[in-house]
Design a protein. Sequence first.
Length: 171
Amino acid sequence: MAASTQVSLSEYLGTVYKPDCEYIDGELIERNVGEGPHSYIQAALTAWVFARLKQLGLLTLTEQRVQVAERHYRIPDICIIRREDFARIIQRPPLLCIEILSPEDRWSRVQESISDYLRFGVPEIWVIDPQNAMAWVCTPEAPIRQVQDGVLRWRDLELPFSDILPPTSEA
């Protein structure tokens, strides 16, 4: 990850970054976008969630800017929102945010994102580690707990973690 860069909020909002950067109190935060396993899980999860939630009036978005505080913009790998909350920048808490770890990600930075999402009012966050075939669920009541039975659950949906693992995974 490169050194941080300071920019104004108006510059951040008026600039297209490839890949997009998060913005925390004037600092651009580069995101690790991952490689094959990350991309595979992101695509598999997006397709799985999209197919099940569209009829409920819920939208599945990938790499969407979410304003979690006045000067904090996060970009979850996937988020689920109500149709009426759709905007250029999401400003209401998503119903679910999903972060997929890259090998370069540090757990302390992931925890900062989780804390921002929880403070903003996101009721559930999933963190998925494709390298180690592990997942965690975070809620206000239980800030972080590892998925022990191999099934990710959200509302009345159940997703066996094995269904979204890349074909080369050792899990």
